[in-house]
Design a protein around this ligand. Structure first.
Ligand code: EPZ
Length: 431
């Protein structure tokens, strides 16, 4: 298993190009199941989760071509992909893929809508919480599906097709909103989704579905009205910039000090993160195709309280990174996680670098320390891992982050992008 080694304490200066958003690309790729025609996506990030989803889609019968090359092994090596689901040859999404990547369970709604049946593994728990599927199941049942759990699988049938329904989510869920949007686009009649998620990735999915011929109103709001169509057609679409990658590198500039220009992105996507960074004393200047983040290494970071919320609130996927920054603040910060029940796995690892953090239930009290000191650490999920990279950039001496495969799931060429700005970072190849 590879590791990443960082010698911290160097300010960062340079430019980083932001990749396409993993969490937008995954549902956009799944949407290809809704039509027999070709869906072509550009600005696709080169990260491991994309390869995992290609494998899953291929075993449902989708033909995938990456940058014009046929996708044989499932390893992603390009930035444009064509997906053609001329025929669905298999409606089972197996445990060995879905357990690795929960987004795989999103095929449930589209398969039911397209062919009237699906057998999709329950994803199981993961490092950040239990992450149930009840909102997906209840919504599809309201649309006329019969679903039961058997042998760890959701076994679903809609022999007479899916019908439009009025569905109110009790909790805001990105995945359930995406799943039901896709199902409703091919259902018979009108579906109304209330208390829907408003994340920009949802809007990206709505735009692709509209380009495929779907009728959807209410984008950007928590009430979506979908008028189902008998058929959808192919489309060509560019994946939105990765707002979490954007925010992560903004914090890299903040924690290490220096000045980084982030390109191929939009400042508006991370407005809530920018607000916190500005309060902490970081300068942010929006540009035409991104933003410039500056912190004079001599200016201390101020402590700021942060609470995660569904969009447009502060993202849970940026909670570990802001905690890393608050570890070196000139004050204290209360960080409250409201989305997932167990998303503080980075706390003991940050503590190994000398951070002063106390967790009380869903809140973590972070008291800034004058200096972090490098150590060997590891993490159990993607964003926790990257928070350790950020802390390593600020720490004196050498930090080694193990289990890098978590980072490879969601960050494209992370060490290359940071090294180009002057970070001393390299990858140690494992056996
Ligand atoms: C998406 O996960 C993202 N993943 C996550 O990013 C992100 O943390 C999360 O949204 C919240 O923003 C992708 O887009 C692939 P949810 P998702 O359904 O859709 C509860 C990353 O690091 N819930 O919005 O699975 C759930 O337990 C990842 O890139 C139910 O109770 O998240 C959680 O508490 C990690 N029942 C809350 O809703 C359900 O049926 C929000 O989860 C579904 C969800």
């Amino acid at each position: 298993m590879d590791s990443i080694r960082i010698r911290g304490g160097k300010p960062l200066y340079g430019k980083i190009e932001i990749s396409g958003a993993k969490n937008a690309a995954l549902p956009l790729m799944v949407a290809s199941l809704l039509t027999e025609e070709t869906v072509t996506l550009s600005n696709l990030p080169h990260v491991a989760d994309i390869s995992t989803l290609i494998n899953l889609l291929c075993q449902h019968g989708v033909k995938a071509h990456l940058n014009g090359h046929s996708e044989a092994e499932g390893s992603s090596n390009g930035r444009a992909i064509s997906l053609t689901a001329a025929q669905i040859t298999n409606t089972e999404a197996p445990y060995n893929i879905v357990r690795k990547m929960r987004a795989g369970a999103l095929v449930l709604g589209p398969l039911l809508a397209r062919v009237g049946k699906a057998k999709v593994s329950l994803p199981g728990g993961c490092a950040i919480g239990t992450r149930p599927m009840n909102l997906h199941v209840d919504g599809l049942e309201a649309m006329g599906a019969n679903i039961h759990i058997e042998g760890g699988y959701m076994v679903a049938e809609a022999p007479n097709g899916l019908k439009g329904a009025e569905i109110r989510f009790e909790t805001v869920s990105v995945g359930a909103t995406e799943d039901l949007l896709m199902a409703a686009a091919l259902a018979d009649g009108i579906t109304v989704l209330e208390n829907a998620a408003r994340e920009p990735e949802i809007t990206d999915l709505i735009h692709l579905l509209q380009a495929m011929g779907a009728q959807i109103e209410g984008e950007g709001t928590d009430r979506l009205v979908i008028t189902g169509k008998e058929k959808l057609h192919g489309a060509t679409y560019s994946v939105m910039p990765d707002r979490i990658e954007t925010g992560t590198y903004a914090i890299a500039a903040a924690i290490a000090g220096g000045r980084i220009e982030l390109t191929n992105t939009r400042a508006a996507l991370i407005a809530s993160v920018i607000e916190v960074l500005q309060e902490a004393g970081v300068e942010i200047e929006p540009t035409e195709n991104g933003l410039i983040v500056t912190r004079d290494p001599a200016t201390p970071i101020q402590g700021v309280d942060v609470q995660t919320q569904p969009y447009p609130g502060y993202p849970t996927d940026m909670q570990a990174q802001i905690m890393a920054l608050m570890c070196v603040s000139n004050g204290a910060s209360m960080i409250t996680e409201t989305i997932f029940e167990n998303r503080f796995m980075h706390v003991p690892e940050l503590s190994r670098l000398g951070a002063n953090i106390n967790v009380h239930g869903r809140s973590a009290m972070v008291r800034g320390v004058p200096e972090l000191v490098g150590a060997e650490v590891m993490a159990t999920d993607l964003r926790a891992s990257v928070s350790l990279v950020l802390a390593g950039l600020a720490a004196s001496g050498e930090t080694v982050i193990n289990r890098v495969y978590h980072l490879d799931r969601g960050y494209e060429r992370l060490e290359e992008k940071l090294a180009a700005c002057g970070a001393e970072i390299d990858r140690i190849q494992g056996e």
